[in-house]
Design a protein around this ligand. Structure first.
Ligand code: ZN
Length: 364
């Protein structure tokens, strides 16, 4: 593992991730339907993780290498810059990852403390929501109420959990039903898992704007989907819209506790609330805008695109040999395979550019 190889891997990941996110965004627009769009974003987060693993664990096919004739004796100069860039970039990247993990760890700790100290368990029967069918509830659902929060949220770690503010329990039954339907559909459609995958991607590639944008789109689509499920069973979309605005207003007045930031909160971002309201207004005007049956072609599209883009690498490796179209195996995978008795090439085949590099070292 040398500096040019890391440059090749990192630039390749950046390019591939950009393309996958672009394709996912195009498919999302084309499907124009929340359930499928949600699955498209889950697939693209899995794809991003797979692309990162592919870059650091497997050799790749080089469509092009830098022609030796254009390098002349600059190989050493480029190598030096790439090594320095790698050190500086590595330190910045690692600091970013640590900072994000610390922030998330702190958030989880605060959330666990909040759940333990400020919440009370209630049973579903106590809510008096006889209109929600029993098969809509996930098994082992943990219901909590608290008077120390403004917006409801749900999470799933070892157990699906919904946390409701006290004012909802004491208030209008219809509002409570809307909120419960919304939160339940988050749990039923595995949104906590999607959020987890999204957080892995944003922690690893925090420097990549496309990943944050994908995260934002995924959040919007998740909320659209659960709003649709709740609004559809609410009967009148306008009634549900009223619930949404009512909770959003409270959340704006008293910003949600930070602990809810690492869970699926009902109204976390103002811009998402605005988009959701606009969408509900559009649905209210023409109810045919409700989701069509689920389509899997979106996910297939993301998978195919991932397979294609996984072969795209930028020719930034000055040591890439022109003698082979395949990069060497990364040393850690090669070593592991060697332990299992499989020998793979983990070095660049010798060609002219190595001579340049070697000879200039001898002159020094
Ligand atoms: Zn939600």
């Amino acid at each position: 593992m040398n500096a040019p190889f890391v440059w090749e891997a990192v630039s390749g990941i950046c390019l591939q991730v950009t393309l996958v996110v672009m394709v996912a965004a195009i498919i999302e627009r084309w499907l124009n339907e929340s359930a499928s769009a949600c699955r498209v974003w889950t697939a693209s987060f899995v794809a991003v993780i797979a692309l990162v693993a592919n870059a650091i664990l497997l050799p790749h096919f080089r469509i092009a290498t830098i022609p030796v004739s254009q390098l002349n004796d600059r190989v050493d100069w480029i190598l030096q810059w790439q090594t320095w860039g790698l050190y500086a970039g590595g330190v910045i990247w690692l600091s970013g990852v640590c900072l994000i993990l610390l922030r998330r760890g702190w958030g989880v700790w605060q959330l666990l403390r909040f759940l333990k100290q400020d919440c009370e368990t209630v049973s579903f029967d106590q809510l008096g929501l006889s209109t929600i069918p029993a098969d809509f509830l996930p098994p082992r659902l943990h219901l909590l109420v608290s008077d120390k929060m403004t917006g409801p949220f749900c999470r799933q770690f070892h157990q699906p959990t919904i946390v409701l503010p006290m004012y909802l329990i004491e208030g209008d039954q219809e509002v409570l039903r809307h909120v419960m339907l919304h939160e339940l559909s988050h749990l039923r459609t595995n949104h906590p898992l999607q959020l987890f995958l999204q957080q892995i991607c944003t922690s690893l590639l925090w420097f990549h704007p496309a990943i944050w944008w994908a995260g934002y789109r995924a959040e919007v689509v998740r909320e659209f989907l659960c709003d649709e499920v709740a609004a559809q069973s609410a009967g009148k979309v306008v009634d549900y819209l009223r619930t949404l605005i009512q909770i959003a207003q409270r959340s704006v007045k008293h910003p949600a506790s930070k602990s809810a930031a690492c869970a699926l909160a009902f109204g976390r971002r103002k811009s998402v609330i605005v988009r959701r309201s606009e969408r509900l207004v559009r649905i209210a005007k023409s109810p045919t805008r409700f989701s069509r049956p689920r389509q899997s072609c979106g996910v297939v599209g993301v998978v195919l695109m991932t397979l294609i883009v996984s072969h795209l690498w930028l020719p930034v490796n000055v040591l890439a040999s022109s003698r082979s179209h395949w990069s060497p195996w990364p040393s850690w995978t090669a070593k592991t395979l060697h332990d299992f008795g499989v020998n793979v090439r983990d070095f660049e085949p010798f060609d002219e550019r190595h001579e340049f590099s070697e000879s200039s070292h001898h002159h020094d």
